[in-house]
Design a protein around this ligand. Structure first.
Ligand SMILES: [Mg+2]
Length: 418
């Protein structure tokens, strides 16, 4: 409230002096992810340090306020030209470059900045804030650690976001979500052993929406919980249908997002999906990303243990792309490592990638874990992986993700299937 009052005063003064006022909206990038993985205490320390860094870039007449969550407002009064706001924004981005020390770990945190200027963009404090917010989303969209000056067409972007959120709220009822399935095969024989369920959103207006476009928003809004529940239920039922049509057990892998995992009802949701479908727990594998595991809280360990004890398989997804704190591999009950496709794709071209993949396979095996290579696209890669004893493979070489009817067809017609 003090900040908004100061903004009004700054506008009144600027009117008298015919000067400009810069309004900046800052949002830390991936803050939720820090909270989710390192815990709320680390998140709070980060906010304090971030506030200190922002303040260090400003003159005494400026105001910094935390608006809530990881959002900060900066008021720059008495400017002589709009370009001064860009200079401040660049200083702030620079001061965010060094890592933060949280729980004894170095963590890199960036910020996205949206800027509006009085009187160029609006002469009203509320509208200036809205415009700075819209510009901030534009900065996030640029790839984060960026700033953007408000432009009139940006109000459409924030409108689009709101619209996407409301469409997503209705998508479950309207049955617009669909699961695609990508085969996971034994590297040695090429035979199918399981499939990864991948979420797609089929919206009449937007067409086919890929998860990277809507999952972050689903996490932000909490919609990930009902969506994730639907995915688990559907995926288990699909595995049962495949058993009925082929007479063979085919496992199913389901991706779990950090927010979904942290939901207090998560374990129950998984158990209910198994019970409702009749799928044996050994045939369900939950894929968990490294960044989720790094949250060393008792709850994480406890949830993983409960899932493990019920017989469900657990895998580390995108292995090698996160913080790769290897100690969790011995303390948590994982069954499988999925080597990220960024390593697999260059095993034939880059000696270093080949060495890394080899090392990961050896390490996993000596810890009693099996290994899935993701993103296998060429035959030569399969030979390499066979030679190195990689247990399972997944990728376009075998098959793209397919909608269920195609997957069923693939099961019937492909010699690799069974
Ligand atoms: Mg996955």
């Amino acid at each position: 409230m003090l900040a908004l009052d100061r903004l009004k005063l700054a506008l009144a003064q600027a009117r008298r002096e015919s000067s400009l006022v810069g309004v900046m909206f800052l949002d830390l990038d991936n803050f939720k992810h820090i909270n989710d993985t390192l815990g709320h205490d680390a998140g709070d320390n980060l906010l304090i340090e971030a506030a200190r860094r922002i303040s260090s870039c400003l003159r005494g007449t400026s105001t910094v306020a935390r608006l809530g969550g990881d959002e900060f407002l900066v008021i720059l009064p008495g400017l002589t030209g709009p370009e001064a706001t860009s200079q401040v924004a660049e200083r702030i981005l620079k001061t965010f470059a060094p890592p933060y020390l949280l729980n004894g770990q170095e963590v890199f945190v960036t910020t996205s900045i949206g800027i509006s200027v009085f009187p160029n963009d609006s002469d009203n404090s509320g509208t200036l804030l809205q415009h700075a917010d819209a510009a901030m989303y534009q900065a996030k969209h640029k790839g984060k650690s960026a700033y953007a000056l408000f432009a009139p067409e940006m109000t459409e972007v924030s409108h689009e976001r709101l619209q996407m959120e409301s469409l997503m709220r209705r998508a479950l009822e309207q049955k617009e979500f669909e699961l695609y399935y990508q085969p996971i095969v034994r590297t040695e024989s090429g035979q199918l052993c399981s499939a990864e369920a991948l979420l797609r959103w089929n919206n009449p207006g937007m067409g086919m929406v890929m998860p990277d476009r809507f999952i972050p928003l689903a996490e932000e809004t909490g919609l990930i919980t009902p969506i994730g529940e639907w995915v688990l239920r559907e995926a288990c039922l699909a595995a049962i249908r495949w058993k009925e049509s082929t007479g063979t057990d085919i496992g199913i892998s389901v991706n779990v997002s950090p927010r979904q995992f942290r939901d207090p009802g998560f374990v129950d949701t998984v158990m209910n999906a198994l019970k409702a479908s009749g799928l044996p727990p050994q045939q369900l594998e939950l894929e968990i990303t490294e960044r989720l595991i790094l949250d060393n809280t008792i709850e994480t360990a406890d949830i993983l243990r409960q899932l493990d004890q019920s017989g469900i398989r657990l895998s580390v997804d995108d292995f090698g792309t996160g913080y790769s704190a290897l100690s969790y591999l011995k303390s948590y009950p994982f069954d499988t490592l999925k080597i990220d496709k960024s390593f697999v794709q260059d095993v034939m071209k880059e000696r270093e990638d080949a060495s890394l993949v080899k090392a990961i396979i050896n390490m996993a095996h000596s810890l009693g874990l099996s290994v899935i290579a993701e993103g296998v696209e060429e035959e030569a890669q399969t030979h390499f992986l066979q030679q190195e004893g990689c247990d399972y493979s997944q990728g376009y070489f075998y098959s793209r993700p397919m909608p269920e009817n195609e997957f069923q067809e693939w099961l019937k017609t492909n010699h690799r299937a069974l």
